[in-house]
Design a protein around this ligand. Sequence first.
Ligand code: TYD
Length: 217
Amino acid sequence: MTQGLFITFEGIDGAGKSSHIDALAQALRDAGHTVTLTREPGGTPLAEKLRELLLHEAMDALTETLLVFAARRDHLRCVIEPALARGEVVLCDRFTDATFAYQGAGRGFDLGVLSYMERLAQTGLAPEPDLMRNPDLTLWFDVPPEVAAARLATARAPDRFEAESTAFFARVARGYAERAEAAPGRFARLDGAMAREQVAAQMLAAVRARGWLQGRA
Ligand code: TYD
């Protein structure tokens, strides 16, 4: 069966991941892949509406969690699974690791419930009915919360998450580290505090090491 590749980008706000996604998309296209670029929460008309609510309306951690998984389910069903079935590379800015990091570690939401919801939202859509869809690779832009906070300070008006404290982002960063420890084969940790070109080089090396950028220097 031709199945595509599912690559996700993760890191705390201010980690700088967004500026690297387009570069990887271009490198993969140059290597002959068809690339779908998308993001969470979002990626479908319904999920983009949920994103607006998540980023700007006050709500508790349970409501937040229900909305991110509702958005994810729609996104998987309408965009991610169809693209993978066509054999494309899907690059997704954030996925379920963000839920474990932000709602779980950041807000203190029950990790066992998150695991249950993860299974619920990510099963039953792939060609194999019992397969829980997971990323093939997660590029984790790891930066100290203080470095990220300094970058965010110069950015546009903060949303509900960006306005959180450095202590919140320290918990989120630990949440990512725990997810990476639990799935070391899936995660590639990139030192996001380095200069942009060095971070880009680390990212391309991680993808190349998996044999997905063959033909490039
Ligand atoms: P982000 O991806 O950082 O977009 P931008 O670059 O436009 O700011 O914003 C999405 C926000 O949503 C981010 O602060 C993290 C949060 N989020 C969660 O809390 N849980 C999730 O499951 C996801 C996917 C995102």
